[in-house]
Write a protein that binds this ligand. Structure first.
Ligand code: SF4
Length: 329
């Protein structure tokens, strides 16, 4: 089968699948306190529809699948979908991005179903500041969820993702870096991107990976580690060997030239870039009796129009057509 390539020659290997737009947190850099207008149940792709699309994509070489939301664990019976995808021919790598608050309950069933990698969003280790940024007093449950995940050696790496915001995250850096030193978690700092539903993002709010690295190196020297070409993160280890830290720098060090990702929204729209202004409807052909060949044709056509890069740093940058929780990380 011909690999799935865009018109810039990049081979698509990874799909991020949003299974719901709903979330049980209200992170300030993502959505308003009152939440957003949620999709109706019948607008969501069913597990069978998601499995079918992943199977068609895997047949074109897209072997990395990440489940996202909103918060994916609020979708009922998610381990059932994990089992379906873990058993799909061609799926080599299955991971999940979660806010962790339901992880203590689901870690076991997810691993049993075939999940092998995990990303947990965590922006602060202070109860007060955690509640300030998520609008939820749930830090202890997230930490309990991480510990539950830790008890499953098959589930590695466990990545802890912190969204870095100037004027907030600087204070969090030492504790989060220290977490990477004493726990089997890879802590990664992700630059704040203009995907907040409130549309309040400003370039000045971005605390860059380079600045955070300098803060960490005031205490602990770091050594860079090799990363796979399409990786979004620059990887570092502590020079004394005590753990790994990563920096995802889409604003200060864009990595679009090696992008191998596409996204599927919870309502069946294909997005070829996080910042796409255009989407490709796959739900209608899924529900109108179209063949797998027709789905493949539509996906190849969409990918042929994949954007070269984001334009965050360009004059006249126009925001994406959806906010982060409606796309999935
Ligand atoms: S901004 Fe778009 S092109 Fe760039 S890395 Fe992200 S998804 Fe890929």
């Amino acid at each position: 089968m011909e690999p799935l390539r865009d018109s810039w020659g990049r081979e698509i290997r990874s799909v991020r699948v949003s299974v719901t737009d709903k979330c049980n947190f209200r992170c300030r850099y993502c959505m308003p306190a009152e939440g957003l207008e949620w999709l109706e149940r019948d607008e969501l792709l069913s597990f069978e529809e998601i499995e079918r699309l992943v199977r068609v994509l895997a047949s074109m070489g897209v072997d990395e699948v990440r489940l996202t939301g909103g918060e994916p664990l609020v979708r009922r019976d998610l381990p059932v979908l994990v089992r379906m995808l873990a058993g799909t021919p061609g799926v080599r790598d299955l991971s999940l991005t979660t806010n962790g608050v339901l992880l203590d309950r689901f870690a076991g069933p997810l691993v049993e179903a075939g999940l092998r990698r995990l990303n947990v969003s965590l922006d602060s280790l202070s109860h007060v500041r955690f509640a300030e940024i998520t609008r939820r007093d749930a830090l202890d449950r997230v930490l309990a969820g991480l510990e539950a995940a830790e008890r499953h050696p098959e589930l590695r790496p466990i990545k802890v993702n912190c969204v870095a915001i100037r004027g907030f995250t600087e204070e969090e850096v030492p504790a989060l870096a220290e977490l990477a030193r004493r726990k089997p978690y890879v802590v990664r700092f992700i630059e704040f991107m203009p995907l907040d539903a409130d549309q309040a993002w400003k370039g000045d709010d971005v605390l860059t990976g380079g600045e955070i690295r300098a803060l960490i190196e005031e205490r602990w020297p770091l050594e860079e580690l090799p990363a796979k070409p399409s990786s979004t993160a620059r990887r570092f280890r502590f020079a004394d060997g005590a753990g790994e830290i990563g920096f995802v720098n889409p604003v200060s060090e864009p990595f679009c030239s090696t992008c191998d990702r596409i996204r599927l929204t919870a309502d069946g729209q294909l997005r070829t870039c996080l910042f796409s202004r255009r989407e490709w409807d796959l739900k209608s052909p899924l529900r109108d009796g179209s063949s797998d060949e027709r789905l493949e044709e539509l996906i190849r056509f969409a990918v042929a129009h994949k954007e070269l890069k984001h334009k965050i740093n360009d004059p006249g940058f126009v925001r994406a057509s959806r906010s982060m929780s409606q796309i999935g990380g």
